[in-house]
Write a protein of this length. Sequence first.
Length: 142
Amino acid sequence: MVEIQQNSDTTFRIFDWNRVGLDGKPRQLHIEEGLAVIDFSSMLNEKSKPIITPQAGAIRENFISCDKFCFDKISQIDKTTLLNTHNKTFHIITAITSGVKVICEDGSVQLKKWQTCLVPASVKEYSIEANPQATLLLFYMK
């Protein structure tokens, strides 16, 4: 599971996956407060249908594109595929299956399953090297 959020000074825990705090006790839940701020009318009853976007050497599916961020899934990478920040926005990459290598002019990083890296907008062009079974998530701003 991947959680997408923005910075906030407020956290309402409705369920905390049975985690404990530093004191070893279950963390406080905020069920009433959380339910009071959830907009249930905006819930979708169907799965999001991705839009396939052009991507040389891979399949790129856009699941979310809104004023806050975009979320794509990239899969079936044909050894190497080139990505571009266009010097406009960062890219956050999360490997959700087998390893993915992120390569830019200044170096590279090998991501294991569920590891994440940040590619700054100043990098502009970079490439992803992976086997065809690899899948990654890409988060960015328009």
